[in-house]
Design a protein around this ligand. Structure first.
Ligand code: GLN
Length: 278
């Protein structure tokens, strides 16, 4: 029988990359049910044969390239633990910057109608719904499997001010009119080699790649949102590090004003937004 410390050490040395220590600890917590404080306070504790076996199976899966979030079945985002499956994009810290930019613009007591297009795991919609309980969030996705995950997350996180609609981008909104539309759409160029790296090959391509210049879906969202926004209503989009000026230009042409951009924590342009003019 091995101790917590021994198994963590073995895992850390077998996993590649700079995150190997953190990943080993996350696996120990999620797979063996050993809390972070137990890991530090009782490293000499022996795991049961079953726990050690589960840990070793999880480690093998990680070594074969499966994303950590698929093995643990969850990923932290904002102040939440979200359920994650292979049917949804794994929530990224970059997207917290989009949530922040939305919250800056939504007054604390607002009773806004807000749409989150392509909600995936529901990360953006549920974070905003919990921070602004008087707002109603319509979360859409073209993938029914993704909507099931988002619904389950909203249920577990007790976000009952989120509605779900199936469909492609603004087509899912029917006749709905909103005070804010927000989206983290796919924005990677279809031939970008990054699609073959890290966790990306295990994620839905539909949620990542968007045509030759990565802007196909953003184009549709910018033009499609105009009839679904109140006058002065906001559109906020996450995009690739080199797409901010293209997105701003498309928004201007489509009749948006007060255009802003915001960098993520890595210093890359990540969010562009503006308001429907007129
Ligand atoms: N930011 C993600 C990545 O580069 C892509 C997410 C997206 O396409 N919306 O891995």
């Amino acid at each position: 029988m091995s101790t917590i410390a021994e198994l963590l050490k073995q895992a850390q040395s077998s996993l590649p990359g700079s995150e190997s220590k953190l990943e080993s600890e996350v696996l120990m917590q999620a797979i063996c049910g050993i809390s972070r404080s137990q890991q530090f306070s009782h490293p000499e504790k022996k795991l049961t044969t079953e726990q050690a076996q589960q840990f070793s199976t999880a480690l093998q899966r990680r070594l074969s390239g499966e994303p950590l979030a698929h093995i643990t079945g969850s990923r932290g985002f904002w102040d939440m633990d979200l359920k994650v499956t292979a049917d949804v994009l794994i929530p990224r810290p970059d997207t917290e910057c989009l949530v922040e930019q939305a919250l800056i613009r939504i007054p604390a007591d607002a009773e806004w109608q807000i749409a989150d297009l392509g909600t995936g795991s529901g990360a953006i919609a549920i974070a905003i719904a919990r921070e602004r309980p008087r707002c109603e969030i319509t979360a859409t996705d073209i993938s029914d499997a993704a909507l099931q995950v988002a619904k389950e997350n909203a249920r577990l996180l007790i976000a009952d001010n989120v509605l779900f609609r199936a469909g492609s981008w603004t087509k899912a909104l029917g006749e709905g009119v909103f005070d804010m539309i927000i989206s983290n759409p796919p924005y990677i160029c279809a031939d970008d080699p990054h699609l073959q790296q890290g966790d990306l090959p295990a994620e839905p391509e539909l949620a990542l790649a968007s045509g030759e210049d990565g802007l196909d879906d953003i184009r549709l969202i910018i033009t499609g949102s105009v009839p679904h926004l109140v006058s002065g209503g906001w559109l906020l989009l996450e995009h690739g590090y080199d797409q901010a000026s293209n997105v701003a230009e498309m928004m201007l042409k489509a009749g948006y004003k007060d255009i802003f951009k915001q960098q993520d924590y890595g210093g890359n342009d990540r969010v562009t937004g503006g308001r429907k003019a007129g």
